[in-house]
Design a protein around this ligand. Sequence first.
Ligand code: SF4
Length: 275
Amino acid sequence: MPSSPRRDQPAPGHAQHAPGQGQAAPGRAQSAPRAQQAAPHRARPARRDPPVPRSDWTPPSRRRVRALRDRLRLVYGRPSAPPHAQPLDELILTVLSQSTNDRNRDVAFLRLRSRFEDWTAVREAPVEDVEAAIRPGGISKVKSERIQGILRALGDPPSLDHLADLDVATARAELCALPGVGRKTAACVLLFSFGMPDVPVDTHVSRVGTRLGLFRPGAPFEELHDDMLAITPRGQELELHVNLLRHGRRTCHAQRPQCPECPLLRMCPWGRSAR
Ligand code: SF4
């Protein structure tokens, strides 16, 4: 079985792992230097903003998106995660990442890799064995059934390598037709495996982007993905995804965002209005 993909933070927070290199499940991009990390804070609980109707929404200008990108780049650098060309690994890793942290996801992935010879063996194994292998990743009953469902829906042997030859829309549609696979998971596979221009919008990217005025408050995930693609400068999909994600993890927390210490405060309508 091939080595595992990675994402942004160590052990694959996915998205925080950079694929296919090293041992443990990969972190896609390196963490920012400590000196750049947010200082301790006295954050206040986050408020909830009402949804904005689509008809009342004005998308951010390209200039504003570039300014935010540049500010994030100053804080977090430019992440690098060359495409690893292991789309099935990436898909399984992304399934394992649901409702758990990067470390537990990586442990589950590596156990799965070590206990079975290849993805065909995972598909043919008793589901209880798959469930036992990935137990450290949480909700293992659901995930084991989903993984086997995906593997059964693929060819023999299971592979997604052909996606590299498809255009993004076709490849995305094919992925989203698999059991339990949605836009975010498909975008992870396309971006991290092949460097295709797609952008995963997870809970951090969604929250930070909405507070910064990139997304319409109340937008459903399908719209968030479409809007994220529309505003992201071509070729910078990985950078914008990873740096928004990092900012969500380090500073712009869901419950207690550290607005007073946030380097984006002056550019953030949500943070300024909370002062
Ligand atoms: Fe998030 Fe910073 Fe805006 Fe506060 S000022 S909401 S921490 S991006």
